[in-house]
Design a protein. Structure first.
Ligand SMILES: Cc1cc2nc3c(=O)[nH]c(=O)nc-3n(C[C@H](O)[C@H](O)[C@H](O)COP(=O)(O)OP(=O)(O)OC[C@H]3O[C@@H](n4cnc5c(N)ncnc54)[C@H](O)[C@@H]3O)c2cc1C
Length: 442
């Protein structure tokens, strides 16, 4: 289903209908930039490109089925210059010092600009009670509430209840839908790239009725998320199966750290098949504790994710159980209802009242730190091909992601991809002028 765009809409809609009637016929489309994926990485890339660019976005499922919509805990930001060293060190320590320092520095230093952009797009973050928050700051972060998650040495996470991802992604999506230069196609799956002379010239895709589509583009952005769909227990949407990574492998595009997969320590234990419900780390940041079968604590809950996961797995092994328990008693009912209404509601639907009882939790696949190698401008090893968000590996997360760094990282490096693409167009325009407008450089 095609969702947005005005002028081109009718023309392309005609093509689309024609295509639907004649299944499996190859249709050709031409655009400046094609983006595979409509999570925060894809949406922010589209918003950060010039309005003069013709952009096609595709998504394998519907527009709300991206992991970006699921993010609960929040998004990190550098609160002030004094926090730089500590934020940098927390990110590096969580990543086992395998992070690319340059990328970490870029992410942290760009964080306030990104939050500024988000607020400009209408994103609302939780405000601190009157008189609290960073009142000394005359700027952007004044008056906001900050939460903390595991491995953060201080609170530096902005949030919107426990549905921060939905708040951010739905607002970005609304902005993209307003753009005349962007057309979005749902249930359209990228199956390959068009490679010519070692450069990426667009993508091949399959429409909702099996139609084969060739989308020719000057620039391609992979924004197709993680790999959780390949796992039995994962917090990710099942259609996120690392397709861009598979395609990159086929075309000898450089990949990095494919074995760096993060397991989240606490998802709600269930016997049912399907996606596992995440119990955000900020629940533990606010005081929730992990308990063994005898209701004794067995780990410091605020250690990095991989350490807590290991401790839970060892405890389950020792106890001969398929889960451990999480108690939210220390948080207090008022904070639970205000900060974690979504978690409260979901657990209630599963038969657990978190204000009165412990819930069973188990580790599950959650995030992919590795992926398609990119430089600090999100360029892959193939010309004209960029990768952003979870499918890319710019080295920010090292061997293990610090909580609430991934939305920020996706946004920062999506914006940099867009800026680089615009630079390339500018350069091309200049060269074209030099050659009297007779030939294209790219
Ligand atoms: C339950 C949960 C909670 C989280 N909480 C937080 C948090 O609090 N803070 C934080 O920073 N991070 C959090 N994360 C991680 C964060 O949400 C993701 O890393 C981030 O949103 C990834 O964004 P993305 O744009 O790269 O991918 P996604 O948002 O997953 O989007 C991927 C897009 O690619 C499309 N796609 C996939 N394959 C194809 C294909 N072949 N063709 C076309 N389209 C395709 C999908 O349909 C989708 O539109 C959480 C993740 C989960 C699962």
């Amino acid at each position: 289903m095609k969702c947005s765009g005005n002028n081109q809409r009718n023309r392309w809609k005609k093509c689309w209908n024609w295509q639907s009637e004649r299944k499996r016929v190859i249709m050709d489309m031409h655009t400046d930039v094609v983006i595979a994926g409509t999570g925060v990485g894809g949406l922010f890339s589209a918003l950060s490109l010039s309005r003069d660019r013709k952009i096609i976005m595709i998504t394998k499922s519907d527009l709300e089925s991206s992991d970006s919509f699921l993010a609960q805990g929040g998004i990190c930001v550098l609160r002030n210059d004094d926090d730089y060293d500590s934020y940098f060190e927390d990110t590096m320590r969580a990543g086992h010092y395998e992070n690319r320092k340059e990328s970490v520095d870029i992410m942290i230093r760009s964080s306030q600009d990104i939050i500024h952009d988000l607020i400009g797009y209408g994103v609302e973050f939780q405000k601190a009670p009157e008189g609290e928050g960073d009142q000394d700051k005359a700027d952007l972060l004044k008056g906001y509430a900050f939460t903390r998650e595991g491995a953060h040495s201080r609170p530096r996470i902005l949030f919107h209840e426990d549905i921060t991802g939905k708040e951010i992604t739905s607002k970005l999506l609304a902005q993209v839908k307003k753009l005349d230069n962007v057309d979005i196609y749902e249930y359209t799956t990228m199956t390959d790239i068009i490679e010519k002379d070692g450069r990426c010239r667009g993508i091949l895709a399959e429409g909702p009725k099996g139609e084969k589509i060739r989308i020719h583009a000057d620039h391609t952005i992979f924004a197709s998320g993680g790999i959780g769909g390949r796992y039995r227990h994962s917090t990710n949407f099942p259609h996120l199966t690392g397709d861009a990574i598979e395609i990159s492998k086929k075309h000898n595009i450089r990949l990095e750290h494919l074995d760096y997969v993060q397991i989240h320590p606490t998802t709600l234990y269930s016997e049912k098949p399907g996606r596992r419900f995440l119990i955000s780390e900020s629940v533990r940041g606010e005081g929730a504790v992990l308990l063994d079968k005898n209701m004794n604590r067995f780990v410091n809950e605020l250690l990095p994710r991989d350490v807590v996961t290991k401790a839970i797995n060892e405890q389950m092994e020792k106890d001969g159980t398929s889960h451990v328990w999480l108690s939210m008693k220390n948080i207090g009912n008022e904070t639970i209802m205000k900060h974690f209404p979504n978690i409260y509601q979901h657990c209630l639907e599963e038969g657990y009242d978190v204000t009165k009882e412990c819930i069973p939790v188990v580790p599950a696949q959650h995030y992919f730190m590795g992926g398609i190698w990119v430089d600090s401008d999100s360029r892959t090893s193939m010309e004209n091909l960029f990768a952003v968000g979870e499918t890319s590996c710019n080295g920010v997360h090292g061997a293990n992601r610090l909580a609430s760094n991934s939305l920020l990282e996706s946004l920062v490096f999506a914006k940099r991809a867009a800026r680089k693409i615009e630079e390339e167009y500018a350069l091309e325009g200049k060269n074209r002028e030099t050659f009297g407008g007779r030939e294209r450089t790219a």
